[in-house]
Design a protein around this ligand. Structure first.
Ligand code: HEC
Ligand code: HEC
Length: 205
């Protein structure tokens, strides 16, 4: 009699865990060091295929492919959700991400977030202008080190061409990246401004 109650209780608890949104499960994982460690280990295996483009440690060798290393895990999870729902467009990523279960998405996000991202070389002549524009238009959301926060992307150390392409897409409202805050924040930027900001951001540690 008692064991039935325990089994029933366990079913209810695991049912609740299933029903919890991935973002809540990520937070629970982050607050438990042992669970986080095993999610990171599992994430390394889950992402073996992703490494073809995003690099083994999440540092991409392809200019148009973003680094995932050092990125905020909640932001990664949200972008994976957006590819899955079609709110963010990329033919390859949209197809690929559908095969990942919620648990694997959380593990991938935890793994990449745990890896360091190195700053890269930039044109030093463009950096001061980029810094000035960033301080004026971007810092209040992305933070003074461009490390972002839970909901907002880290930009420091990101790939230069990816930054340029992405900022331009938000400004031009092409429908590939959809975010109202970013469309507004970038609306006044000229192409030269975008280039300067990208050079500033890519060399930040
Ligand atoms: C064939 C190359 C390729 C493979 C393999 C690949 N990706 Fe991507 N991924 C891309 C490209 C290209 C983008 C950028 C798309 C864009 O321009 O918005 C991207 C973007 C992302 C982003 C958004 C990053 C950001 O800064 O917004 C995440 C998260 C991501 N990929 C996760 C994964 C995961 C997890 C896997 C493995 C399951 C994977 N990718 C496999 C090419 C790839
Ligand atoms: C009001 C808050 C806000 C401001 C101001 C802002 N951003 Fe963002 N930014 C966001 C949010 C939220 C996202 C995630 C949007 C999404 O899901 O596509 C984002 C995403 C980005 C990304 C995509 C990162 C990636 O990994 O794909 C880039 C690049 C970016 N912002 C650059 C900038 C620049 C440059 C400025 C200043 C000109 C700026 N942002 C100002 C909120 C802001």
């Amino acid at each position: 009699m008692r064991s039935w109650k325990i089994v029933l209780g366990m079913c209810l608890v695991s049912g609740l865990a299933q029903a919890q949104a991935p973002i809540e499960r990520l937070k629970a994982t982050q607050s438990d060091p042992a669970a986080l460690r095993s999610a990171i280990d599992a994430g390394k295996k889950v992402t073996f295929f992703c490494a073809n483009c995003h690099g083994e440690d999440g540092v991409s060798k392809l200019p148009e492919v973003p680094n995932l290393a050092g990125q905020n895990p909640a932001y990664l999870l949200e972008q994976i959700r957006k590819f899955g729902s079609g709110e963010r467009k990329d033919a390859f990523m949209q197809g690929l991400i559908k095969v990942l279960k919620d648990e694997e998405r959380i593990q991938a996000a935890a793994y990449y977030a745990s890896m360091p991202v190195p700053p890269t070389k930039a044109d030093a002549a463009l950096v001061p202008k980029g810094k000035e524009l960033f301080s004026k238009l971007c810092v209040r959301c992305h933070g003074d080190k461009a490390h972002g926060n839970d909901a907002i992307a880290r930009l420091a150390g990101q790939k230069l061409p990816y930054l340029q392409t992405t900022i331009t897409r938000y400004r031009d409202q092409t429908g590939i990246r959809n975010n109202q805050l970013m469309a507004i924040a970038t609306s006044t930027l000229k192409n030269d401004d975008i280039t300067a900001i990208a050079h500033y951001l890519t060399q930040l540690p």
